[in-house]
Ligand binder design. Structure first.
Ligand code: ZN
Length: 312
């Protein structure tokens, strides 16, 4: 079992160049997310890719907040999402149709056994699983300020292709991502071209093309089985590259009683009381960590007396 670069993100720079990168590996945080549900292997692999993808995206955040990556479709996989805070807390979940009994769930088909041999390629592609008219949403929820959401159609067979398309569509800095997962580990690589300071636009373009081509040669087996130094050496050994100190990533859920209460308050007193009449107490279960939050008649009355709620 591999025991290196567990749950860390590292930034790197190409010297005398306007191109930077991020490399990440997830293991225990990925396993922790998978332990909250029972997922068939292709979906367990995709959850790893989404976690790796959202961690790479969080590296582009300049402020405190949560970034999330969510795909939805009409196929057997109706929804898959992962989010990451600025403090590098990740979580993820997927809802899929169990084709054996037609139930939508998070826990009933045979699980991706952690002991099953790692596979380099998912059995089914992202587009196979999500079906037609699938979309990918990137949401940035800053702790202060306005929420931003970009939505693109899911095009391409892999999340790496979709994310690269997302950056292409959103006219941000040229950015490419490579993510892979095997049910045990997840790995990610990001390259981003910065505004020209050290290179002319022509030099940067040429260098960007060259580095992207090199990164394209990264094999899933290398991304999941080699440490960061080794991966970067294999790809860019002819480049002068500076690798920064790793930052830890952990699995943690951002749900809380206060957040759940705020959600109930946002429904309005009338709606909350209608729900109470149907079932008392109101029970809300977090879809990520399954924490149960319960609110009885008194709790609801207190919440609305206190409204507008204080945000924590
Ligand atoms: Zn939770």
């Amino acid at each position: 079992m591999t025991d290196f670069d567990k749950d860390v993100r590292q930034r790197f720079l190409f010297e005398h160049s306007d191109i930077r990168g991020e490399i990440i590996s997830l293991q225990e945080s990925y396993q922790s997310v998978l332990s909250n549900g029972t997922y068939p292997a292709p979906i367990a692999h995709l959850i790893g890719e989404f976690l790796a993808g959202v961690c790479l995206l969080s590296a582009t955040l300049k402020f405190d907040g949560i970034i999330s990556l969510q795909a939805s479709g009409t196929g057997p996989l109706s929804m898959i999402m992962a989010d990451c805070t600025r403090q590098h807390n990740v979580r993820g979940v997927a809802h899929y149709m169990n084709t054996q009994n037609n139930e939508t769930n998070e826990a009933s088909t045979p699980p991706a056994s952690p002991t099953s041999p790692p596979q380099d390629k998912p059995v089914q592609t992202l587009t196979d699983l999500l079906g037609e008219n699938a979309t990918l949403a990137v949401t940035i929820d800053p702790s202060k300020g306005q929420r931003y959401q970009g939505i693109i159609p899911v095009e391409g067979d892999t999340l790496s292709e979709c994310l690269t398309n997302y950056f292409h569509h959103s006219e941000q800095l040229p950015t490419r991502l490579w993510v892979h997962a095997n049910g045990h580990r997840a790995g990610g690589l990001l390259l981003q071209a910065l505004p020209c300071q050290l290179q002319t636009p022509e030099e940067r373009e040429k260098h960007w093309h060259h580095l992207s081509q090199l990164a394209n040669t990264l094999k899933p087996v290398e991304q999941l089985n080699f440490d960061h130094t080794e991966q970067l050496h294999r790809l860019f050994h002819q480049e002068s590259l500076r690798l920064f100190t790793p930052t830890d990533i952990r699995s943690a859920c951002s749900c809380s009683r206060t957040r759940t209460a705020n959600m109930l308050v946002s429904l309005g007193l009338e709606e909350a009381q209608a729900i109470l009449e149907e079932k008392c107490p109101i029970e809300v279960t977090c879809q990520f960590c399954h924490q149960l939050y319960s609110f009885d008649q008194n709790d609801i009355l207190c919440l609305f007396k206190q409204s507008p709620p204080t945000l924590h």
